[in-house]
Design a protein around this ligand. Structure first.
Ligand SMILES: C[S@@+](CC[C@H](N)C(=O)[O-])C[C@H]1O[C@@H](n2cnc3c(N)ncnc32)[C@H](O)[C@@H]1O
Length: 249
């Protein structure tokens, strides 16, 4: 990918990416997306930035959720039930960020205590007949996933940038990004504080304000921020869905 040089929601990105996303912005005002395992809505916000309204589902209360509607429920049980009831008809697509602790590098022990929702989730998503995306960490068992790097999407704060590589599988063709370095230092947004590696390289703890700016997220608490993907990632990925491309044509 070449140097970022155009703007989407104030963020510098590669020009073709900016053109595609700016063309989409606002064309989906009446379309609803379902965001499974939404937490406070990092992925949701990226879909809203494309113009969608979003219904989030999480099995924990999410008082800071930024979407348009929230349902507290088990994601897989809800998906199966709403399919039975025909309630998925109001959605044009599904985003799923199933929990990553089973595969995340930061999980030190007890991986096996965290369930794999990706495998049963994929089966259910396929049954819905809707376009869908699953997002997760690099070691997760996604099929033929593409990678997105924060540097490619302008996720920066001062001389800090995110790398925050995330993987995406969809039932439509996807293009990811390269790993792109656009700032001298990397900021990690994980857990409850700053990883010692990050402190060692920078000689200081990155401030929460810097993390928020790089993530493009200002409405969550610290833990929700660590769980999130930058909205720029879900905008970039969902802008490639055929349903999105057709709407923007
Ligand atoms: C990695 S976070 C999602 C982050 C979100 N995509 C974002 O960008 O902000 C995973 C979320 O899944 C939720 N979760 C875990 N198991 C669940 C289940 N069985 N059903 C619904 N939500 C679940 C957790 O409460 C957590 O909020």
């Amino acid at each position: 990918m070449t140097e970022p040089r155009a703007s989407v929601h104030g963020r510098e990105v590669d020009k073709p990416v900016a053109q595609r996303q700016n063309r989409l912005s606002g064309v989906h005002d009446a379309s609803w997306m379902l965001d499974l395992c939404c937490c406070a809505g990092g992925a949701t916000r990226g879909l809203q930035d494309l113009g969608y309204r979003v219904c989030g589902v999480d099995n924990k209360p999410q008082p800071n959720y930024c979407g348009d509607q929230f349902v507290q429920a088990d994601a897989l049980a809800l998906l199966a039930r709403w399919m039975e009831l025909g309630w998925l008809e109001r959605f044009v697509g599904i985003w799923a960020s199933f929990p990553c602790q089973r595969w995340a590098a930061i999980t030190v022990r007890g991986r096996e205590n965290h369930p794999d929702l990706i495998t049963p989730g994929r089966e259910l998503l396929e049954e819905t007949g809707l376009p869908w995306v699953m997002e997760n960490v690099p070691a997760a068992p996604l099929r033929d996933p593409v990678m997105v790097c924060g540097g490619a999407l302008g996720c920066v704060s001062g001389d800090l940038q995110l790398h925050r590589h995330r993987m995406f599988e969809a039932n439509f063709p996807l293009t990811g990004t390269d790993c792109v370095t656009i700032r001298p230092n990397t900021v990690s947004v994980v857990g409850h504080g700053s990883p010692s590696g990050n402190r060692g390289t920078l000689g200081r703890n990155p401030r929460i304000a810097e993390k928020r700016e790089a993530m493009g997220i200002d409405w969550t608490n610290r833990d929700e921020l660590s769980e999130a993907i930058p909205p720029a990632y879900s905008s970039f990925i969902w802008a490639q869905a055929p349903v999105a491309l057709e709407a923007a044509a």
